[in-house]
Write a protein that binds this ligand. Structure first.
Ligand code: CAA
Length: 390
């Protein structure tokens, strides 16, 4: 536990909020988990119970640790009861600016003046969120990955006025929770992991939408050709298809048409099929997920890696992170066995650029535009990582 932090309030008991509360309680903090109705907060609490049971069933924690963690979590509906004596307030409410604005206004009237506020937002601007509070210097992003109890990375995102001490404190908090904090500077749309991962999901969806591949082929390719822990559609179901669409809408608005959400994703959201949390998304969770290994396709792998390579190049160009940091973030935040830059190097940047050029010509879609730096690197026989000495 961090010496300066005893109690943590988590606002929002949905898929991320309850997971963050669980992680904080396992690390020894007193946690208040808050949602706007008894029903919602109770549902989150029951999911924590389920998860702690699973972890102890699999001997990842002892029965005693599971019971102790649960006893440290108090589910509440009243915001003042949740936040008035919290040292850190983690906001994980729905990704709509007007909802967050209301929550922060109410929070300011009940929270301690010295408390640090962090947002688990995956898409909204940290600067804009900080601006609706009275404490932009004690505000930053603390972005966990789904499921928080299993994923090791936390992106610590600075807003324009965040104090260095706040970033240190939040990074220490993440470390005390057994996570690896990675600092992200500035308001980079999608930060690092989502900037690579969500376009990957979108590309999988476009391939299916255009009739070029099936869901099974895309997911088998991701799992068995690229050695990712989950297929693109399994992952969309895991994070919530609505969450993926929110991130894409934000990227679309901030960065342009290359990030237009695929209609296949939007249709699922409109139909209320949001993924695991609603029982059905691209898979039906009563039936379970079966991804056939023999459906993997090399041409699909090429497209998926090419799209990720373009994102890596754009992140490097914008000075958000270098290739090594991007790979590490994807390994820790999304369980990749090799990061996207290493995968691109393995496939050959020249081949990936050719794939992007061909598809750009064929489809006219801006998501296949090749960043100039990627083309230069490919033409000069370069790689993202220096080649290992032979
Ligand atoms: N708590 C406890 N147990 C859990 C759990 C949880 N929250 N979630 C799943 N499990 C259980 C499952 O029920 C399953 O149990 P059974 O075997 O009894 O059915 C078991 O864990 C599976 O565990 P394994 O270790 O065998 O499975 P795995 O090796 O496939 O690991 C995983 C599961 C860690 C989720 C892995 O698939 C993975 O890393 N997936 C990638 C997830 C990812 O990319 N997350 C980031 C998404 S992006 C994001 O979140 C940010 C955003 O803003 C959108």
């Amino acid at each position: 536990m961090d010496a300066e932090i005893d109690s943590v309030a988590v606002l929002g008991a949905g898929s991320m909020g309850h997971g963050i509360a669980e992680v904080a309680a396992l690390a020894g903090y007193e946690v208040r988990l808050r949602d706007i109705s008894e029903d919602l907060v109770q549902r989150g609490y029951e999911q924590i119970e389920w998860s702690l049971d699973k972890l102890s069933e699999k001997s990842q924690i002892s029965d005693g640790d599971a019971a102790a963690a649960l006893s440290r979590i108090e589910p509440v509906v009243d915001l003042e009861a949740a936040a008035s004596d919290a040292d850190v307030v983690v906001e994980a409410v729905p990704e709509r600016m007007e909802v967050k604005r209301e929550v922060y206004a109410e929070l300011e009237s009940v929270a301690d003046d010295d408390a640090v506020f962090v947002s688990n937002t995956s898409s909204l601007s940290i600067g804009e969120l900080a601006g609706v509070t009275d404490r932009p210097e004690r505000f930053c992003g603390m972005h966990f990955f789904n499921p928080p109890v299993r994923m090791e990375l936390v992106e610590v995102v600075a807003g324009p006025d965040t104090a260095a001490g706040t970033l240190d404190l939040v990074a220490e908090l993440a470390t005390s929770m057994g996570k690896t904090p990675v600092r992200v500077h500035g308001d980079t749309p999608g930060f690092v992991v989502n900037r690579v991962l969500v376009p990957l999901l979108n590309e999988g969806a476009w391939l299916v939408h255009r009739g070029e591949a099936t869901v099974a082929e895309v997911d088998a390719t991701a799992r068995f050709e690229l050695a990712l822990p989950m297929g693109a559609f399994e992952l969309a179901d895991q994070v919530g298809i609505d969450v993926a669409v929110h991130v894409l809408e934000h990227l679309h608005q901030q960065l342009g048409d290359a990030y237009e959400p695929c209609p296949l994703l939007v249709e699922k959201v409109d139909a209320g099929a949001l993924g695991k949390k609603s029982g059905e998304g691209f898979y039906d969770y009563d039936e379970g997920v079966d991804v056939p290994a023999d459906a993997a396709r090399d041409d699909v792998a090429d497209v998926l890696v090419a799209v990720m390579a373009a994102e890596v190049a754009a992140l490097v160009d914008a000075d958000v992170a270098d290739a090594a940091a991007i790979d590490r973030a994807l390994e820790l935040g999304a369980g990749f066995s090799d990061g996207p830059a290493a995968m691109a190097d393995d496939r050959g940047l020249d081949a990936l650029v050719a794939t992007l050029d061909d598809r750009r010509e064929e489809t006219d879609a801006p998501r296949y535009d090749v960043p100039a730096s990627l083309r230069d690197r490919a033409e000069s026989g370069g790689r993202f990582h220096a080649a290992a000495p032979s």
